[in-house]
Design a protein. Sequence first.
Length: 449
Amino acid sequence: MIRTRTVTGLRTDPPARRLRVTNRWPRHTLALTSIMAAMTLLITLVSPVAPARAVDYPSWQDLQNAKANTASAAAQVTAIENLIAGLQVQVQETQAAAEKSANELEVAQQEFDDATRRAEDIQTQADASKATADAATKQAGQLAAQLYRTGGTDLSVNLFLEGQGDGADADLLLAKLGNMSKLVERSSDVYESAQSATNNAQSLGDQAKVAQSERETLRVAAEAALAAAQAAAEAAANALAESEAKSVELEQQLQFMRDAQATTTAGYEAGVAERARLEAIRVAAEAAAKAAAAAAARANSGGSGGSVSMTGWAVPASGRITGGFGPRSVICNGGQCSGSFHYATDLGTGCGSPIYAAHAGVVTWAGVLGTYGNFVKISHGDNVSTGYAHIQNGGYNVRSGQSVSAGQIIAYSGDTGAANGCHLHFEVWIGGNRINPVPFMADRGASLG
């Protein structure tokens, strides 16, 4: 049986090899699930693997020399056993690091999205306060002009002089004095309001600048987390590929060393035959997968989910909208909890229902990602990407780096991650921001629901 294990060397300070993680093809595409585990990429995010040195595997000449000496043969058996055990340890370590890195990436993206909304809210308040300040300032100017026309600061003196004469003007004088007092009082109130609104607008403007600066910092952090995760995923993929390639040979070598009567030629030929058999299976499985994907794409010419519009966009799944873009209650499942803002549109689907690529593009993510569970992300160019979450276990139909066409089956619906029931959590990204998918898809002739 082939096992995936961490590689450690026979010699001290061995150089590192980058690991590669394979994805499993779902039963819907291939029946040979166990074969798929050795064939496809399981894209798992991990933190970049620290450089080590290359493993020095024993050659068949080493084995022949060791068999000539009992003590040397025993040491060689121990060394091979350690290599095989080490392969599993290293793969387990990279998978644990993968989960940690995926969670860090999700947190960084969530913080960036929240900071974006905060910055937009503060800027809206600042704009409204500035408009209020401008209106109050204009009103204060109008009152000042009115005071100037009636005598300005000498208004009371002018009124007194006007009142010099007979007593018939006494009532008129008192009326003018009353009006003057009200005008001055109103002018003072308006000035204070204008000053307060101006100060508030300035304060909110300063807060908006701070929020925008925070948003930019978090954007850089999110992009760095994504880059690190993608680099680590490649390292993990290489590691697992190395593990699988060497496990067959190591198992054959170990069998050879334990059997004193076995011949070098027989053991070596058995290893060659096994590797040839696995390669033939891999080639056949890959051809079958391509044929199945092509057949699925041809079958998508009708129906709501997967049917391609004139603009080249397709509805990602059949089903009504069960959750909209915006604030919502926190959902917890399996020890994982979602955020309080839903950056997606949920489409109610049956478990195992097909999920289709919304547009042609390249798969940039196909693996576990925190509360998303099993997740696929596709880049469509022009800074536009789409995301598909809660895919069922074993439900991937694509792998990272693969090109897909609009309406192609990329996965099957499930309830992994923070989900209550099987559904598709569908996201649309413009640059680094997630936007409401409903109007975006409607504008492209692929209305959701």
